[in-house]
Write a protein that binds this ligand. Structure first.
Ligand code: BGC
Length: 747
């Protein structure tokens, strides 16, 4: 009791102090704003890329251009790298020079630096890279998401940078999309739970603290839903769908305290989001109550004129974006925005109120981050870089991502004494295990990866002994030798098993655009050759999105989905292959069979019950190769019947749902217990299934545990025809594992 009172008192004192600090910060910001000229204000709203102030050498500033940007154009923010990741010392020097220059301005307003630390601190050499979000989503482990974000924040701040363009909250419902790996997958609940966890982890220590960074949720809104899957191309979504599947993640991140937001650079229903006052001001500010900074994405104000053709001139584009609600423009390659915004204000196309509003938000963020107190890289933050414990976190995260899709006749785990052929383009890749945003934007350049990064071939050799392992693979994902079927066949003659490593090399954004998700022909031929040897084939997939393997799957004995799981991907794969770790990942997306069969797990009834003509049974329902939530273990889990505190849920009451899970196999293991609901009848066609809760548990062989979930009407809600989130009275099913229970909701 004493402890609770103490905790409560500390909590209340903290709230009080935070409110006081906020008030204090607001007063300071108001005082600065009063002294600012229009030019200084417009400068604060201008963000340029590092290249604008750099020499041709990575990490080396051009001091004359730096002065031009900060003193002449008064820019408030700089982002990005010019090519590859820098050392900690290079960052220290660079940020120091930038902030030194800010001291030469009239009001000495510090510069806010931002980077894309998407899965670990992308742009500092020697940082620890973690699984991409798609792989983290497979862990179903909130603690892992939290630890990963904490380390990312620490290593970013250690580099002198306090603003992270993460988390990505786009919902991965279009597997063709080249940024699918950056998402938490196709489910809304997974996305909002993991996204809000990441936001809290980045910011909860308090932004003045050297372990925290300001987060930036992105890319508001609907970015992932492009019709063709090509990056930054049109989205057509009715608002009911936007609100059901794409908005809740942002609402949750705002509640979790997210400081800033980046806008989707494409268009929804013909309206570029950067020009949408409705989405930026009415929904984001007024409805969701977001108070932080709204940043554009890359060049997106310019593109209102040059790419979207909704603004007849560059000047109109600037006025359009700022009036819609943008606070800061990632210009980022020149100062055009600065000049045009000045002109727009002078011509009364943009009001001073709008400018003051934007600048206040930007200065508040700088104030909260402690930049006015000390804008320089902090010694206390630097000591948090590269701790040995981060490697453990990376290994845990990668292990829990591993998703065992198939294991016929328990061919896995392999015996360490087996003779193994390790083949395929991913056997000796590092970049193809890490993916996007890894020491370079595209992540492809292996020279920047830490020396102790391991390939799948290396970890298999370490486990089974070099004498037991042969390979037909070479370094370089694209190297033609990796696709040489004759070489593979010859190497397979004396082995017991073929471990075939297929997937995707790293890519990010538009360079990752694809026309097709079918396994590329050269990889398919390799798989067919491996199968034709008659040796058992174990397929390892390291890929950012699901490549269709429907044709080869029946002849493959085991399939392990490794995703792009960061620094420790290869170690985690090795551990699972040989049974040193029992896999527990669950697919965060539906692994479809083909383009024409992309149906998501939360499908509508008429997707489940299709019309059948000519006995075309193939056209029936949700029938992916592996469904959302799929993932095998080396042990088995059994579920008791579901116990309910009541079979009726009334109004705002809570319902307790209990289930006992037992590890019925012979190996200890982790397991995610997932609770789904199904609204039987509703005014809008209900989803067949919706994930509403999950708990990841560890059970020793033979052990059982009772789990308890608390749900209320919000867990049964959906967006209705009037675009309101509602729970309608009636019957619902609750599903956990293979068990079902029925409840009734009464208003
Ligand atoms: C991406 C953003 C990223 C920005 C800055 C853009 O191309 O869409 O996600 O934050 O670049 O690097």
């Amino acid at each position: 009791m004493k402890k609770i009172i103490l905790l409560l008192t500390t909590f209340l004192i903290n709230i009080h102090m935070n409110a006081q600090t906020k008030n204090g910060d607001q007063q300071k910001v108001a005082a600065i704003l009063k002294q600012m000229t229009l030019e200084e204000k417009v400068g604060q709203m201008t963000q340029v890329t590092l290249g604008v102030v750099s020499t041709v050498t990575d990490g080396v500033l051009d001091l004359a251009n730096l002065k031009k940007a900060i003193v002449d154009y008064k820019v408030g923010s700089i982002l990005n790298v010019t090519g590859h990741a820098l050392t900690l010392n290079e960052w220290k020097k660079l940020i120091t020079q930038i902030q030194d220059e800010s001291k030469n301005t009239r009001l000495k307003i510090p510069v806010l630096y931002g980077l894309d630390a998407i899965h670990g601190q992308t742009y500092t050499l020697g940082s620890t890279l973690f699984p991409q979000n798609i792989a983290l989503a497979a862990t179903r482990n909130i603690d892992i998401v939290k630890s990963v974000a904490k380390v990312t924040a620490a290593e970013l701040r250690a580099s002198g940078v306090r603003w992270n363009y993460a988390p990505v909250l786009d919902c991965g419902r279009q597997p063709l999309w080249s940024r699918f790996p950056e998402t938490y997958g196709e489910d809304v609940y997974l996305g909002k739970t993991m996204g809000a966890t990441a936001v809290r982890a980045y910011e909860e220590d308090g932004l003045k603290n050297p372990t925290a960074v300001a987060s930036c949720m992105k890319h508001y809104l609907g970015y992932s839903a492009s019709r063709t899957g090509k990056d930054r191309t049109p989205i057509y979504l009715p608002e009911i769908e936007l609100r059901e599947y794409y908005l809740p993640q942002f609402a949750a991140a705002i509640k979790a305290g997210c400081s800033s937001i980046m806008i989707n650079g494409s268009e929804i229903n013909g309206i570029p989001v950067h020009s949408s006052k409705y989405l930026l001001t009415d929904v984001l500010r007024k409805e969701l109550g977001f108070e932080g900074v709204i940043d554009t994405d890359w060049e997106d104000i310019i593109r209102l004129h040059t790419r979207h053709n909704v603004a007849p001139t560059p000047l109109d584009a600037v006025a359009m974006g700022i009036n819609a609600g943008i606070d800061m423009s990632m210009v980022p390659n020149d100062f055009s925005f600065y000049k045009l915004l000045l002109e727009a204000v002078q011509k009364k196309m943009v009001s001073m109120d709008r400018i003051n509003d934007a600048v206040t938000r930007i200065l508040m963020m700088k104030m909260k981050l402690g930049l006015f107190d000390n804008p320089y890289p902090e010694l206390a933050a630097e000591t948090n870089f590269g701790k040995a414990s981060y490697q453990e976190i990376a290994l845990d995260a990668a292990r829990e991502s591993m998703t065992l899709l198939k294991n016929n006749n328990s061919i896995l785990p392999l015996k360490k004494s087996s003779k193994i052929l390790v083949a395929g383009p991913a056997a000796q890749t590092i970049s193809g295990l890490n993916g996007a945003w890894s020491y370079t934007w595209q992540g492809k350049d292996e020279q920047w990866y830490p020396e102790d990064s391991r390939t799948i071939l290396q970890t298999i050799s370490n486990k089974a002994g070099a004498a037991n392992v042969v390979t037909s693979s070479v370094k370089g994902f694209e190297n033609s030798q990796n696709y040489d079927v004759e070489k593979l066949k010859a190497a397979a003659v004396n082995v017991d098993v073929i471990v075939l490593c297929l997937g995707e090399n790293a890519y990010a954004e538009s360079p990752g655009n694809t026309r097709d998700l079918a396994l590329p022909d050269n990889q398919r031929l390799l798989a067919e050759a491996a199968i034709a040897t008659g040796k058992p084939v174990v397929l390892i997939l390291t890929e950012g999105r699901p490549l269709f393997i429907t044709g080869i799957e029946p002849a493959i004995k085991a399939i392990l989905m490794g995703y792009w799981s960061g620094k420790k991907t290869a170690e985690a794969i090795g551990d699972v292959l040989f049974g040193d770790y029992n896999p527990s990942g669950r697919l965060p997306f539906s692994y479809s069979k083909s383009m024409g069969e992309i149906v998501l797990y939360d499908r509508k009834p008429s997707e489940d019950i299709r019309e059948i003509f000519n006995e075309n049974v193939l056209m029936n329902g949700y029938d992916p190769l592996f469904p959302f939530g799929w993932g095998l273990s080396y042990t088995t889990f059994d579920y008791s019947d579901i116990g309910l505190s009541s079979s009726t849920l009334k109004a705002n009451d809570k319902l307790i749902v209990k289930v006992t899970v037992r590890n019925t196999g012979t190996m200890d293991g982790k397991h995610s217990v997932e609770l789904y609901t199904h609204d039987m009848y509703a005014s809008i066609t209900p989803n067949m299934k919706r994930l509403r809760a999950f708990q990841k548990i560890f059970l020793k062989a033979g052990e059982s545990k009772e789990l308890s979930f608390t749900i209320d009407k919000n867990d049964l809600a959906f967006v209705n025809g009037e675009l309101k989130t509602v729970t309608e009275p009636g019957a619902f099913e609750i599903m956990i594992g293979d068990k079902k229970a029925n409840i009734n909701y009464e208003q």
